[in-house]
Structure formats: C-alpha cells, structure tokens
Ligand binder design. Structure first.
Ligand SMILES: [Zn+2]
Length: 389
C-alpha cells in the first residue's frame, strides 16, 4: 500500500497518513559520519559523483553537491497529471488541513512525493547516472558501493558497468564475487577510519581541495590494469609470444614515463596529503616495475624497447572530459555548479597535459581544443578559474 502507485490510488488515506509520518521522520534525520565523509571527499575532489538510492536528502546536507537520487527525494511533490511541482512543506500543510489526497491547484490531479514508487518510471537522474557512470570518475572505471545490499533493480545493475568494484556493506551482496575488495563492517566506522587516515596523511589538518590538475591517478590505474593483464598471461596466455614481448616493452616504457611525470611535477606548495598520494604512486610504480621484471625473467622473455602510450592516454582522457562537459552543458536541467565542476575538471586535465608537455615534450592538444572548451564555458556563463596550476 505504502510504496506503490497502485496503493496510493486504491487507498489514498492510508498512503498519505503513513506517508506524512514517514516524510517528517526522514526530513528530520541528520547526516551521519558516512554522509559527512563522502561530502568532504567530494569537496576535496577525491571522489566523483555519488549515486544514491536514498530519498532522505542527507548527501546534500552532508556536504555533497554532485549526486544522483535515482529513487527520487522528499524535498518536493509533483502532480501525477500535469507534473506541476510544489515544495514538500506545502504538501504537508495540506495534509494537516485534512486534504487527502492533496490535489494540484492547476488541474486537480493528485500530488505525489517526488520519490520512485513501484509502478513509477525511473527519474531522469537515473538515466544521467547510467550515462555518466563510467566516464566521470576520479579513478577510471572504479565504483565504490557503500551500504547497499544491491537487491533493488535496476540500480543494482549499475556497478556491473564498471571494471572495478569495491563494496562496503555489513552483509554479503550478490555482487561480492565481482568486487576486488569487500569490506564487511559498519559504514560509519569504515568511513570514520578513512577520514582519520586522510587527516593523518595531511599532518592532522583538514585538507584543501586537490588541484584540478592532480590527475596522476589515471596513469596508475591504467598501469595497474596492464600489469594485471600481463600477470594473467603467465598462467594462461591469450596472445602470441611476439605480442606479449611487445606488450611488456610498452608497459615498461609507460612506467618510466609515468614516473618521470610525477617526479617533474612541482613539489611546492603541495599540501602533505598531495605529497603522500604522490609517494604512494611512486611506490606503486616501483612495485609494478619489480613485478614486470620478475614476470619477464620467469617467462623467459627478452626485453624489447617500445614507445610509451601515456601521451595517448592523457589525450584520450582530455577528450573524454570534454565529452562529459558537453554532455552536461547541453542539458537544460543541470545545475550551473555541476557544469562549472566539469569545466574545471577539463581545464585541470588540460593543465596536466601542459605540464607533461613541459617535462617530456609530449605533444599538446591543438589550440582549437582549448578554444572549444572556452566557448562551451562562456556560452553557459560558467565562472571557472582558468589560471590554476
Ligand atoms: Zn496538475
């Protein structure tokens, strides 16, 4: 009765009596540690968009500004007939005056909270989240699932669109088998510990947002994937010996270039958190180089010098960021802050590219690329700071 369109139409009194209590309870809830830490991480630029099944508005109130509420929210209600929208306060006031069901002032249709009930279509947020899920991440192709048992369709299919999945939930989920890391603990505890570690890495101080050009992670994630592929070739080769030798040579060259880009990036005035992340990346590169060397000798291969694919990676990443920006900029209903965020991101990658160019002579994108970016931004009236480093 309480969670379906059919229930609403059959017994509006039961639906709205229960609904009023439920709405008020949900709106009075306070963000918990998990919401606040996620909000902080998003403000820092450590994580990308949040996709939530919750309708409680707590991600926004926890400090996040880029999220998709794929099951809707309780901030407003809409007419089931003409889609006219009213603030939730209006709906509650009408219920309190005994108006059940509350009716639209324009057309007399029933006003329904803007949440997804059984029998409803998925909201636009779901389509957008699906579209951007794979390309709009700070670590490409990675999704972290937090506090969901992944049983409600179609949202539970979303993680399967990602190459890499991490799951934090206190009970098992049906997608655990696909995850590279499963943490089965209370979310609040895990997120609280995570934030403590971030503070510790930043000498106990709350960190400032990472610079928009801080995109070194894409190289590490990419190489990590490559090294995994080569490790798999040891037990069950899927390619010829020739192409395997070439692949090893490419990865060796990529590791060298990635290390050089990190080593040549400006150190001052980096905050301790940034230095810690860069140190971690360098350790990762050492680990990967060691593993590649061991694999080469274990498989009896002969090293072969190749050119690095990192320049192409950066190029592709930049183009992808432009594509994301244009996808957002085209849409009428997207908040200007989100477009600004995407624009800043694209500029950050452009900057990253520029600094790689200065240290390694990697070819820069054509001048028109930057002009194209600036045009999108000025058309949308975005006030992005174009002079960051
Ligand atoms: Zn209406």
């Amino acid at each position: 009765v309480y969670s379906s369109v059919e229930g609403l139409l059959r017994n509006p009194k039961a639906f709205f009596t229960y609904g009023r209590e439920n709405i008020v309870n949900v709106l009075q809830a306070k963000p918990n540690t998990g919401h606040v830490v996620l909000g902080n991480l998003q403000q820092l630029g450590v994580i990308g968009p949040i996709v939530t099944q919750n309708i409680d508005d707590l991600h926004r109130r926890g400090g996040a500004d880029h999220f998709y509420e794929v099951h809707g929210h309780f901030r407003s209600a809409s007419c089931m007939n003409c889609s006219n929208q009213v603030p939730m306060g209006d709906l509650i006031a009408r219920l309190d005056q005994g108006e059940i069901p509350p009716l639209c002032w324009d057309c007399g249709g029933i006003l329904k909270p803007d949440v997804v009930l059984f029998g409803d279509m998925m909201p636009a947020d779901f389509q957008e989240a699906s579209l951007l899920a794979n390309i709009c991440q700070t670590v490409p192709k990675l999704m972290v699932v937090i506090g969901s048992s992944l049983t409600v369709s179609p949202v539970n299919y979303l993680p399967l669109e990602f190459n890499r999945i991490v799951i934090i939930n206190n009970t098992p989920t049906e997608t655990d088998y696909r995850a590279e890391l499963v943490i089965r603990e209370q979310i609040g505890q895990v997120m609280g510990k995570l934030w403590e570690e971030i503070l510790e890495l930043n000498d106990g101080k709350s960190p400032d947002p990472l610079p928009p050009g801080f995109n070194f992670g894409i190289m590490i994630a990419y190489l990590d994937n490559e090294v995994r592929f080569l490790q798999n070739q040891k037990s069950r080769p899927s390619v010829s010996l020739d192409s395997l030798t070439k692949h090893f040579g490419l990865v060796q060259a990529d590791i060298k270039v990635a290390r050089s880009i990190i080593a040549h990036s400006p150190q001052a005035p980096r905050q301790p958190l940034e230095r810690a992340i860069l140190d971690f990346y360098l350790q990762e590169l050492n680990r990967m180089e060691f593993e590649i060397d061991s694999l080469i000798s274990a498989m009896g291969l002969i090293s072969q010098e190749e050119g690095s694919r990192i320049p192409k990676l950066i190029n592709d990443y930049y183009n992808e960021s432009l594509r994301i920006l244009m996808t957002y900029a085209r849409q009428e209903n997207v908040l200007p802050e989100i477009v600004e965020k995407m624009a800043t991101r694209a500029f950050g990658i452009y900057n990253f590219w520029t600094s790689a160019n200065q240290t390694l002579g990697i070819a820069l994108p054509a001048r028109e690329e930057l002009d194209r970016l600036k045009k999108i931004i000025s058309e949308r009236g975005v006030k992005a700071d174009l002079n960051f480093n």
